[in-house]
Design a protein around this ligand. Structure first.
Ligand code: BES
Ligand code: MN
Ligand code: ZN
Length: 536
């Protein structure tokens, strides 16, 4: 574990009530912490400025200034502290702080902006503030911090606090992530030094105790899931093979209550997965079909099934890709990584629902045994497919997995895939593409994305687009030409999902970053975890 999260409850602490304000701050300041983190509003700042020399009126910054020997107003005079949103001011203990009453070594003040404006109370605003705060905590000599959660929200509902705490943990996890440290089989030295920031303690009061504890359990589990997903994505394709993914899943079954089954070539053949096998054929490394179960709900309860594209390297096959940035096609298993990460998180947080993760995984390689453009194969569903481009391989492995999962009588099936370059053109790196005919599922996933700031945008899936997939020689072609490339890919998949509620997430633009910051983002683990948590 690279970073730890815990709670500390101050039952009486309440910064909203003028009466409690001073005593609450006093008890927080007596804590032995590297850094006490507090949110303040524009109104608190205005209060500080107008109250200078008039100590009668109270406000968070005014009271704090009294307790810290004037160092808050000093920072304001210097211009280090202002009322703006997401502004950051770090105060360090010095002789003006009463040593017997103040044990905190630093106080980090984070500007929430004008909380009278509805927009400034949104989760999006909070996320900017939290990001700025975590940046200030990381990368220096601060090792632990006490984050007073109730100071960041105007509405005192414990759900709001829980949501904010989960998001803060998610971002702290992003900062703490280092490639490879969790992978025992990594033979290379870990390049980056671990962050010195190791322990984030959330302080709360009586009103939010339960919500805080729960949010921390859920958030910490989600971070572990995200870190695993990032590692699997970032690992080089000579290490992260289909076999490696299978072993990783089996390893999780030893650490948690997950039940994991990994099918090999013979079993995949016996299932009649002709489409999946047509992709695997060109590679020297064998395909694997991974099934992970989290049985947290009642025995008969219909599961949510997640299906992840697990192409551990996509050369394009005989329809070979151009060489530029081809290394990034090691990320073509990020759908699989997000499924494995989400199942791990569900198990760690002992989620009270049934969830099944399914991962078809193989390499897409050119060779004398590889599938040719023009080949016709038979899918597990019985539909024949004319493969016109071997680079449209994701849908070929997913369609058989989508047929396989019918046996689970799922409540809903969500597939996650780095499916099309066209999705990157359509949505860039901001939203993942969401395709579904089921409005309830669309609404639930959109909300989950919003709540975790791991957002999606719906794209169409009309019958009209199916025209583009017509084949002269088989039931369906595997490509539909350049127009609406992401939509026709989703349409192809939809032909295999008639038996249940289904949604498809195209994460081609969101699963990893290119360029100087090249690396896996861990998306859409936060979205999926939030979706599972928010399910009734
Ligand atoms: N894995 C790629 C999609 C991809 C490309 C994701 C670039 C992220 C960045 C997928 O297998 C693929 O090659 N899709 C083709 C489909 C086409 C041949 C219809 C594409 O998008 O070009
Ligand atoms: Mn491809
Ligand atoms: Zn691919």
């Amino acid at each position: 574990m690279t970073i730890q999260f815990s709670t500390k409850i101050f039952p009486q602490a309440d910064l909203q009530s003028a009466k409690q304000l001073s005593s609450s701050l006093k008890s927080l300041l007596t804590q032995n912490t590297d850094c006490l983190v507090l949110g303040y509003s524009q109104a608190d700042f205005d209060g500080l400025i107008s109250n200078k020399g008039n100590k009668s009126k109270s406000g968070l910054l005014t009271e704090l200034d009294l307790l810290l020997g004037g160092s808050v107003s000093h920072a304001a005079v210097l211009g280090d502290l202002d009322g703006k949103q997401a502004s950051v001011c770090l105060l360090r203990a010095d002789k003006s702080w009463p040593a017997n009453a103040v044990k905190a070594k630093r106080v980090l003040l984070l500007g929430m902006g004008d909380l009278k404006m509805a927009a400034d109370r949104s989760l999006t605003t909070f996320s900017k503030v939290a990001r700025a705060g975590l940046k200030a905590l990381s990368g220096g000599s601060i090792e632990n911090a006490l984050w007073f959660a109730p100071s960041f929200t105007l509405s005192k509902t414990s759900e709001m606090i829980a949501q904010e705490v989960r998001l803060t943990i998610q971002y702290a996890g992003d900062h703490a992530y280092r490639f490879g440290v969790r992978q025992p089989t990594m033979k290379f030295k870990v390049k980056d030094k671990p962050d010195s920031f190791k322990h984030l303690i959330f302080a709360g009061n009586a009103a939010c105790t339960a919500a805080l504890k729960e949010a921390i359990e859920q958030g910490s589990a989600m971070v572990e899931g995200m870190h695993l997903a990032k590692d699997l994505g970032n690992l080089p394709p000579n290490i992260c093979t289909p076999t490696y993914l299978g072993k990783t899943a089996q390893g999780l079954a030893k650490k948690t209550n997950l039940k994991v089954e990994v099918l090999g070539l013979k079993q995949i053949e016996a299932l009649g997965m002709g489409s999946f096998l047509s992709v695997a054929k060109g590679s020297e490394t064998p395909p694997q079909f991974i099934v992970m179960r989290h049985q947290g709900g009642k025995a008969g309860e219909a599961p949510v099934v997640l299906v992840g594209k697990g192409i551990t390297f996509d050369t394009g096959g005989i329809s070979l890709k151009p060489g530029e940035a081809m290394d990034e096609m090691k990320y073509d298993m990020c759908g699989a990584a997000s499924v494995i990460g989400t199942l791990y998180a569900a198990a760690l947080m002992k989620l009270k629902k049934n969830v099944i993760g399914v991962v078809p995984t193989c390499e897409n390689m050119p060779s004398g045994r590889a599938t040719r453009p023009g080949d016709i194969v038979k899918s597990m569903s019985g539909q024949t497919i004319e493969i016109l481009n071997t680079d449209a391989e994701g849908r070929l492995i997913l369609c058989d997995a989508l047929t396989y999962v019918e046996r689970f009588k799922p409540k809903a099936v969500i597939d996650i895939a780095t499916l099309t370059g066209a999705c990157v053109i359509a949505l860039g790196h901001v939203h993942s593409g969401l395709f579904s005919d089921d409005d309830d599922l669309v609404n639930a996933l959109t909300k989950a994305g919003h709540d975790s700031l791991d957002t999606v945008w719906r794209l169409p899936l009309d019958a009209a687009y199916h025209e583009q997939l017509k084949s002269n020689f088989a039931d369906v072609a595997n490509i539909g030409g350049r127009p609406a490339g992401s939509v026709t890919a989703a349409c192809f998949l939809s032909r295999f999902t008639e038996k249940y509620k289904w949604a498809h997430l195209d994460i081609a633009g969101t699963a990893w970053k290119s360029g100087a910051a090249k690396g896996s983002t861990g998306r859409p683990v936060p979205l999926l975890v939030n979706y599972l948590l928010e399910q009734k």
